[in-house]
Design a protein around this ligand. Structure first.
Ligand code: ATP
Ligand code: MG
Length: 597
């Protein structure tokens, strides 16, 4: 089976002519070329715009999320510290009320002339609060301790100089006084003093009864409640601005006056509230909730370290922002790559366009150069042909005659070449016209085969014509050009068939026209070269193998152009050493909107 190459099929076109035939195709290509350039330029911009918008959207989403989370976190924290302060205030209030109740009961006992209960008896009376009161002592109007739930001090102790005694000595009115922690002179332990005055029957000041509260017990209560985690702080401050109890993980302090602090107004006037500051001088920024102790001139403050509390929140958002940044970088890299590729694409399209222009320009120049050179060559060539023929036929010297014959032969070949080139350039420039007439193809093929039979016979190659079912053999076409086409194809078949047979077969090709196939059993064409047979000046070295005379390699190129002009087509199938078949389609009539120019 002969090999087939789609590029050699009738519809195919190749070489330079390809670009000059498909004018509509070319302009479509040019249009898509420009639209692609625009698209390329747009793609880069679009990529950067999309990238920028995505980054803005991404950052906004992250920022909004961050703010919402921060708000939620702050709200939760505020609620927590406010509730804790309220809870501790309640706790302090209940404890104080219990102790105060006992204190009042014991005062009645003492005024009744009875002694204070022992420490053990008092602890059992206090029940759950057992141990909270270190001792209860009674001082007379001079400040001398006269009774104690502990063993009575010996020598007797005076509290006449203590603020909690002086407070009543100077202002003997019924109230509960809560002192800041002082070192008990009887208990020898630091303690908060809960003091109530005593009055004689005549209403005269008769001394005070003092309950010493152990701050250590309070401390352990708050420590158990984990109030000190995350740099927590629990403080009890009197409405006089003096801190009674201040506990952090670093330890327990007391006595500081805070009534000059910026939050004092809030603290001293509101029942509950919160503030955030380096409130009590240890440089730890805390969110602090406070709550008034019901029934007593005290406020409980509960603070929690912001930095510590927010550690998890900060770590989480560091990670989220990191991811956002990484994503933004990825977007930038992607946009950059797209923009770079688009730019490169644009550059190569521009280059392509430039090359195309240059190619078109050089083709035009070449065609016009060839046309003028060929035209100029024809006039002197005709003289050479005429005179060499004259000398060959009339000169008596056989040698001169032989030389003149050679000159005439070469001149004839040159003449044919010049004509072919002129034909091609004419077709290219669209100046080739058609002379239409009715052509009897049976007659034309018979004439051509008998002419070529002479040279075929010389090579001992059999050339015959076969008409396969042809009833209508007349076509409307250009006789000279059809002859040119058929001559070249038959000539090729003879040229490339060293020995064997050649058939020229004509049969109907549907209703549209006739198919003429020139089938030879010659040297054939390799698959490697078959794609080039319609290229100009391509003889693909066949003459070397076949011993055929070297042609110009323009024959088939011209055939295709001429057939194209006449609404026909040409195709070729071949196999090395098996032979070649050239199929030519000739329409009965040249289509009005055919390829003719
Ligand atoms: P020109 O026709 O210009 O004198 P040419 O015959 O070499 O020269 P084309 O007719 O264009 O040029 O053919 C191109 C090439 O195709 C040939 O050189 C030859 O290699 C190959 N070719 C064409 N016809 C045949 C054939 N029947 N058998 C084998 N090879 C062929
Ligand atoms: Mg040829």
């Amino acid at each position: 089976m002969p090999s087939t190459d789609p590029s050699t099929r009738p519809a195919a076109s190749g070489g330079k002519l390809h670009s000059s035939i498909n004018i509509t195709g070319k302009s479509r290509r040019q249009r898509s070329f420009w639209s692609r350039i625009l698209r390329a330029a747009g793609i880069a911009r679009l990529a950067w715009l999309t990238c920028a918008l995505s980054i803005v959207a991404l950052s906004s989403v992250t920022f909004t999320g961050h703010e919402a989370d921060k708000k939620r976190f702050s709200k939760e924290l505020d609620t927590a510290v406010t509730l804790e302060a309220k809870g501790y205030a309640k706790f302090v209030s209940l404890n104080l009320a219990s102790v105060d109740r006992e204190l009042k009961a014991m005062r009645l006992q003492v005024l009744d002339g009875r002694r204070l209960p022992t420490q053990a008896a008092m602890n059992s009376r206090l029940g759950e609060l057992s141990g909270l009161v270190l001792q209860v002592a009674v001082a007379n109007a001079d400040g001398q301790i006269v009774d104690s739930s502990l063993t009575a001090p010996n020598p007797p102790v005076s509290i006449a100089d203590r603020p909690h005694f002086l407070a009543f000595k100077n202002n003997p009115t019924e109230r509960l006084f809560i002192s800041e922690p002082v070192l008990g002179r009887v208990s020898k332990k630091p303690s908060l003093q809960l003091v109530r005055p005593m009055f004689a029957l005549d209403g005269a000041f008769a001394g005070v009864i003092v309950a010493s509260i152990d701050p250590e017990l309070l401390k352990s209560y708050f420590t158990d409640m984990k109030a000190l985690e995350d740099q927590g702080r629990v403080s009890i401050v009197g409405l006089d601005g003096v801190i009674r109890f201040d506990l952090t993980k670093r330890g327990f302090t007391t006595g500081r006056d805070v009534h000059t602090s910026p939050n004092w107004d809030q603290l001293s006037t509101l029942t509950t509230g919160l503030f955030q500051e380096d409130s009590l001088g240890d440089k730890v920024y805390r969110r602090t909730g406070f709550h008034r102790v019901e029934g007593y001139p005290l406020v409980v403050m509960v603070g929690t370290g912001l930095q510590e509390r927010m550690a998890q929140f900060v770590a989480r958002w560091k990670l989220i922002w990191g991811l956002t940044l990484a994503l933004a970088l990825v977007l930038i890299v992607v946009a950059g790559t797209i923009a770079r590729l688009a730019k490169e694409q644009k550059r190569s399209y521009l280059l392509l366009q430039k090359n195309r222009q240059q190619e078109l320009e050089s083709n035009r120049t070449k065609s016009s150069f060839l046309a003028s050179v060929s035209h100029e060559l024809r006039t002197p060539l005709n003289s050479i042909l005429g005179f060499s023929e004259l000398i060959r036929d009339t000169n008596e010297d056989p040698r001169t005659s032989q030389y003149a014959g050679l000159i005439h032969k070469s001149g004839t070949q040159l003449h044919a070449l010049v004509n072919t080139i002129l034909d091609l350039t004419k077709i290219e420039s669209g100046k080739m016209g058609l002379v239409l007439e009715n052509i009897d193809m049976v007659e034309l093929l018979s004439t051509l085969t008998s002419i070529h039979k002479v040279s075929a016979d010389q090579k001992h190659v059999e050339l015959s014509l076969a008409l396969d079912g042809v009833t209508q053999g007349v076509v409307v076409s250009d006789r000279t050009k059809l002859t040119q086409v058929l001559n070249n194809v038959i000539h090729n078949a003879i040229k490339f068939t060293p020995a064997g047979v050649i058939f020229v077969v004509m049969k109907p090709a549907g209703e549209a026209g006739l198919q003429i196939s020139v089938v030879d059993s010659g040297i054939g064409i390799s698959a490697e070269h078959i794609g080039q047979v319609f290229d100009r000046f391509n003889t693909i070295g066949a003459h070397i193998d076949s011993g055929a005379e070297k042609g110009t390699g323009l024959g088939l190129a011209l055939c295709r152009e001429l057939l194209n002009l006449m609404g026909g087509t040409i195709g070729l199938v071949s196999e090395p050493d098996q032979g070649t078949t050239v199929d030519i389609f000739i329409p009965y009539n040249i289509p009005k909107e055919g390829n003719a120019r």
